[in-house]
Every structure is written in C-alpha cells, then in structure tokens.
Design a protein around this ligand. Structure first.
Ligand code: SAM
Length: 269
C-alpha cells in the first residue's frame, strides 16, 4: 500500500512513522509512506500556504492551489473514479467536521492501493478541497486539534497494522476491540467467540500469577478452554456494557450472551 501525507510540518512525522508496526510495514515492503511539505508547492518568496478568509472572521485558511498542485504530482485518479470505486485510492481530508474514523473505516482503507492524507491547519482548509479534491473527510473524534498531523498519524497506524503480515500474529488483530466478524482460533486453542465481534476486548493478564496480593483470575489458570472462553466472553460483555453500551446494539450476540447481559441488568435492579 502507498500512503502519502501532505502537511506544512513534515518533521512531525519523524517519530510516528519510525516506530513499531508502521516502521515494520515499511521495512517489509508492505507499505511505502511518504511525507510531502505543502510549502514545496508554493511559488512565492514567502512560500505562502494560507490566507485570510473571505467574509471576514478569525484566523487563516489553507489555500487551495498548493494542495491541488501537490495532488496532481502524486498522480491520484480523478475524484469521480475514486468515488465510484473504480480506482482503489482515497484522498482523505482530515477535519473535525469529517465522518468519524473507526475500525470499520480502517478496514475499508486497508483494501486500497493508495491513500493520501491531507492535514489541515489554522481555521481549516479552503472548502474547495473537500468539495472537489478529497473524496472523504475524516475526524478522529469529537474534539478540535490544532492540525491534522496527529489525526493522520492515528489513521496510518490503525490502517498499517491491518496489512496482512504487518503484525506478527495476525489472529490478534482479528480479536481486538471493535473488530467485527472475527472467525479465527486463538493460538491457545480457545475459540474466537471469546474475541470481539463488535465488543470491547476481554482483559489480559501475564506472569506473575500473583503480584502484590493481586491474583490472576482462576479461570485463566484452569487450562480448560471452554471455561477460559466463557470467562473472557463474559468479561468482554461486562466491560462493553459498562464503558461502551452503544456497541452492544451492533455486536453479534449469542443467546448465552443475551442471558448473561440480562442477568447483569436484573442484578442492577
Ligand atoms: N475551524 C475548524 C472547526 O471548527 O471544525 C477547526 C480547524 S482545526 C483548528 C485545524 C485542522 O486540524 C483541521 O483543518 C483538521 O485538519 C485538523 N483537525 C482538528 N480536529 C480534528 C479532528 N478531530 N480530526 C481530524 N482532524 C482534525
């Protein structure tokens, strides 16, 4: 997969792209990530990328010309081709006003050959970029950042770890929080139905089995796969109900899961 990031702060990405799975994916040749300095696409002495907003108001706005010129150089297919799915490419404008970036969106993006992430700054980006250049606007959450760089780094990380081969144990990315349709067997033989299927992940423990009076739950030490599966599934259900009850509506729940949740709700009174 090819990923291009367009920013006025290219040095920002020195850290995020040089560690962990993102680095590994590049070293393994699974991904080619390039960062582009938007100022390289300006033609004035001051390398101006922003200007005052028409109609007045606060702050500055990123100008359209350098962005259009940069995208032309990156050789992306026309917007209509991308929107129609005829080109396996996407030009993403990072924006607090965008659609929410989720695991589902990450799993759609990883199927593409080429993504371009355009980082806004100041009050934002000239709207013609959203209307005519980008094919989607994505937000990483309901808060306002000073620029799209953090958001681009988040998206790159979430997408790269879904590339087949990027994570050592691929099964692990199919059983995590938010993953839907996990159909894998865990390495210890426990069935995947303890895994996500739209729920938050179950709790994990490692050695020592007892630490400062805090013991690892008995079920995990039992060696009984069915007991481990049930324990994990129930903890995932409890945690999802407690922290993200909204996810339960979209999760795929068995009759056993539903009875377990009903039991918790009844006990709450
Ligand atoms: N005036 C904009 C608004 O109220 O929606 C906020 C602009 S923000 C200060 C500058 C840039 O940061 C945006 O153009 C966008 O690229 C990025 N940004 C801010 N919050 C973001 C978020 N939640 N997700 C993705 N990008 C964000």
């Amino acid at each position: 997969m090819k990923a291009d990031i367009v920013t006025i702060f290219p040095d920002f990405f020195r850290g995020p792209l040089e560690y962990g799975i993102t680095r590994r994916a590049q070293e393994m040749g699974l991904a080619a990530i390039q960062v582009h300095d938007l100022r390289e696409f300006t033609h004035d002495r001051h390398r101006t990328v922003d200007d005052r907003p028409f109609g007045g108001g606060e702050g500055m706005v990123l100008k359209p010309e350098p962005l259009f010129e940069c995208l032309e150089l990156l050789g992306v297919a026309p917007r209509e081709e991308r929107l129609a799915g005829r080109a396996k490419q996407s030009v993403v404008l990072l924006s607090a006003q965008g659609q929410r970036f989720t695991q589902k969106v990450a799993s759609e993006l990883v199927l593409l050959d080429h993504i371009v992430l355009v980082c806004g700054r100041y009050e934002g980006v000239d709207e013609r970029v959203a209307e005519c250049l980008a094919d989607r606007e994505l937000s990483i959450g309901d808060y306002v950042l000073s620029g799209g760089e953090m958001a681009a780094a988040v998206i790159v990380e979430a997408v790269m770890r879904l590339l087949p081969g990027a994570v050592g144990n691929e099964a692990s990315t199919q059983q995590e929080s938010f993953t839907v349709d996990a159909k894998v067997k865990a390495s210890d033989g426990a069935d995947s139905t303890c895994g996500s299927n739209g729920l938050l992940d179950y709790p994990h423990y490692t050695r020592p089995a007892e630490f400062s009076g805090m013991a690892v739950p008995e079920a995990l030490l039992s060696g009984n796969h069915e007991e481990i599966r049930r324990w994990r599934r129930q903890r995932a259900l409890e945690k999802t109900l407690r922290n993200r009850p909204d996810l339960l509506e979209g999760a795929s729940l068995s009759e056993e899961d539903k009875r377990f949740l009903a039991g918790i709700k009844n006990n709450r009174g």
